[in-house]
Ligand binder design. Structure first.
Ligand code: ATP
Ligand code: MG
Length: 304
């Protein structure tokens, strides 16, 4: 596929799920089973498309790295078994590991809890020229912590600062931090992989049935299903308050893994393409240096 056509296709696949202004967003408007115009019989073709996308991504990332100006932060949030790990693995499979960093944020350590909640994530921001991936992130502070108030109580925040306004304040602070980052050349893209409760159940049962998947299952994950509605409300609120033009959310249907990966790859490609990445222009002095080196290497008997 020609490059221009590919970029156009990437837009067609990812634009429908891009949220840049949250106030009208309703989670019920996104069907987790949606696959746009693609049917399950197109699955193999979609996988080929993903492969082409992965190659394009590698090409773009090579320039991002060489140019060494922008950095890209990809944030993944989802309920368990929505396919974060698989999406990260497949979409980034062609990317040079030197230019990519993945961090997973689990329950905070006691050292983390001795700081403000952004601290542990800010330490892991990608360097210029690199793609950084957050597998979960500071957004958990408005999700699991909101659904389980006892976690907030453990955060050692001075009592008088913990009040009804806290979620509104967190959204505001997150918006401001992301704006700060984007103004410094960090491109922020956020993915919420939206799986249905029924599909999650199927995937949990699969994890129980297949010995090689047993390690992925934890009783706690199943227990969280009891809070499904509270989580959905928290996710909706999160998108409504933190989707901005500079740091958009992609709310990606996640009941079909092949489709989820295609959308995520498309969003990253589309965004990288918009940065106008190019290899650094070689200076006149450097050109001369190269010419001398070529002459030396090619000269009779002198080269190695
Ligand atoms: P997998 O898909 O393999 O299960 P995972 O991302 O769910 O991967 P887990 O080891 O299951 O990883 O644990 C992550 C857990 O940490 C989640 O339950 C998440 O809610 C929790 N967590 C993440 N950030 C915070 C936070 N700031 N406060 C409290 N809990 C958090
Ligand atoms: Mg888990």
């Amino acid at each position: 596929m020609k490059e221009k056509k590919l970029i156009k296709m990437a837009g067609k696949l990812s634009d429908p799920y891009r949220v840049i202004s949250g106030s009208k967003f309703r989670l019920k408007d996104v069907d987790p089973g949606d696959t746009l115009w693609l049917k399950s019989k197109d699955k193999d073709r979609a996988k080929e498309g993903l492969q082409t996308g992965v190659e394009e991504l590698a090409r773009l990332q090579d320039r991002l790295y060489a140019q060494d100006r922008w950095s890209v932060l990809l944030i993944f949030q989802a309920m368990d078994a929505a396919g974060k790990d698989g999406a990260i693995k497949h979409v980034m499979s062609g990317v040079n590991p030197q230019g990519c960093q993945v961090f997973s944020f689990k329950a905070p350590s006691s050292e983390d809890l001795d700081h403000d909640y952004l601290w542990r994530c800010m330490k892991r921001l990608p360097e210029r020229g690199r793609i950084g991936i957050f597998n979960r992130s500071y957004y958990e502070e408005t999700l699991v912590v909101r659904v389980h108030p006892e976690l907030l109580a453990k955060q050692k925040i001075p009592a008088k600062l913990v009040n009804k306004q806290i979620w509104k304040q967190r959204f505001e602070d997150i918006r401001n931090v992301e704006r700060y980052l984007t103004r410094n050349g960090v491109v922020v893209l956020k993915f919420f992989l939206h799986v249905s409760k029924e599909e999650q159940k199927k995937r949990f049962l699969d994890r129980l049935d297949r010995p090689e998947k047993n390690w992925k299952f934890s009783g706690a994950d199943a227990a969280e299903r009891e809070h499904w509605n509270a989580y959905m409300k928290a996710y909706e609120e999160m998108v409504r308050h933190t989707a901005t033009a500079e740091a958009p959310w992609y709310v990606v249907p996640a009941d079909n893994k092949w489709f989820t990966r295609l959308v995520v790859a498309s969003a990253v490609i589309k965004t990288l393409d918009s940065l106008d990445l190019h290899y650094p222009v070689v200076s006149e002095a450097k050109m001369q240096e190269l010419a001398v080196a070529r002459e030396k290497l090619a000269g009779p008997g002198k080269g190695m």
